[in-house]
Design a protein around this ligand. Structure first.
Ligand SMILES: [Zn+2]
Ligand SMILES: [Zn+2]
Length: 343
């Protein structure tokens, strides 16, 4: 790659407002890969950023960390991918030197950062990434579904942490993209029954198509009572909170059977919650969180083989229309699940 490449990078500069930074990409470092972005999805966390309410990402911020594309150039020491290959990218960057990294738990890296937080969001024509984080797409994934390997890895991480077992009954609260992917992965992990709850009937219908076995409109019925009825009063083995709201947190713990485990995945714009701590004792329940991924990308890519992920993609826009794409994703009435940019 001799000449510099011109690049447009989408940035949220104030709440709800997008602009493009004009950048030049110079020669690559030996371990870098230049990816021509073909599909880049808007994430729920981007919406927290767009509202200016993400707990750890202040504005302005470039966005875009769920993407797939073609390798356009590689640095001199890159061996795992070649120019022309279709790839997706794990968008974290870790130090490899801290205690967590040295124990293989790079998800807990003390210096973890993300490509987009360093100003290299993938709502762009190109991104430069480090070679070890680049994964080749198998034939059964398109650019569109390949861009969904990042959220699918988040779901994979949560389901692996919850240790979902054959025949278990699971409750997933929230039928957004992550909730639906959690439901799909629970089913793949052998759960016998996967109940999903949301206020939106069309999302619930879609969740049933990707792996949920039962849908509950928790805007119309009381979720705790309904789950008690469905489980003969016992409660569920595992619950997942994929919304980030106090009421959903409470549902996630109050629907658990004794010794059950709640896994909290949602991002809490209001982090304080109040819950009956006596439940921890009387029911010996466990509450844990799940964030990001650690060795989950290859598992998600392998498990995606027969998942109907294309159903998640409800809208696509060219890069120039990033503002409209963001507005669509933010609009509760747009019916959007995953909004994709195709530069
Ligand atoms: Zn994401
Ligand atoms: Zn580290």
């Amino acid at each position: 790659m001799e000449q510099t490449i011109h690049n447009r990078v989408g940035q949220i500069y104030e709440p709800f407002k997008v602009r493009f930074l004009e950048r030049e990409i110079g020669p690559l470092q030996p371990d870098e890969v230049l990816v021509k972005v073909r599909a880049s999805a808007i994430c729920g966390s981007d919406l927290h950023i767009a509202r200016g309410l993400h707990p750890s990402v202040p504005l302005p911020a470039t966005i875009g960390h769920e993407f797939a594309g073609d390798v356009a150039a590689v640095g001199s020491e890159v061996e795992n991918v070649q120019v022309g290959q279709r790839v997706t990218v794990e968008p974290c960057i870790v130090c490899g030197k801290c205690d967590a990294c040295r124990h293989g738990e790079y998800g807990y890296c003390e210096h973890i950062t993300f490509t987009y937080r360093n100003g290299d969001g993938a709502m762009a024509d190109y991104v430069v990434v480090k070679a070890p984080y680049v994964y080749q797409l198998p034939d059964y994934l398109t650019y569109e579904t390949g861009a969904l390997m990042e959220p699918l890895s988040v779901a994979t991480h949560a389901v692996r942490r919850a240790d979902v077992r054959l025949g278990e009954t699971v409750l997933v609260i929230g039928a957004g993209a992550i909730g639906m992917m959690v439901a799909a992965m629970c089913r793949r992990s052998g759960a016998g029954r996967v109940i999903i709850a949301d206020h939106n009937d069309s999302r619930l219908q879609m969740a049933l198509q990707v792996g949920a076995t039962d849908a509950v409109n928790s805007g119309k019925v009381d979720l705790e009572q309904e789950v008690a009825r469905m489980t003969g009063g016992k409660g569920v083995d595992k619950s997942f909170e994929c919304v980030g709201r106090e009421s959903c947190f409470l549902q996630a713990i109050m629907t658990l059977k004794r010794s059950g485990t709640a896994t909290i995945v949602g991002i809490y714009e209001k982090p304080q919650v109040t819950f009956p701590a006596s439940r921890l004792v009387t029911h010996e329940i466990r509450i844990q969180g799940a964030q990001g991924y650690c060795w989950d990308f290859p598992i998600a890519i392998a498990a995606a083989r027969d998942l109907p992920l294309e159903k998640f993609v409800t809208h696509t826009f060219p890069l120039e229309q990033l503002q409209q794409a963001l507005d669509t994703a933010l609009d509760k009435n747009s019916g959007s699940i995953k909004v994709l940019i195709k530069p």
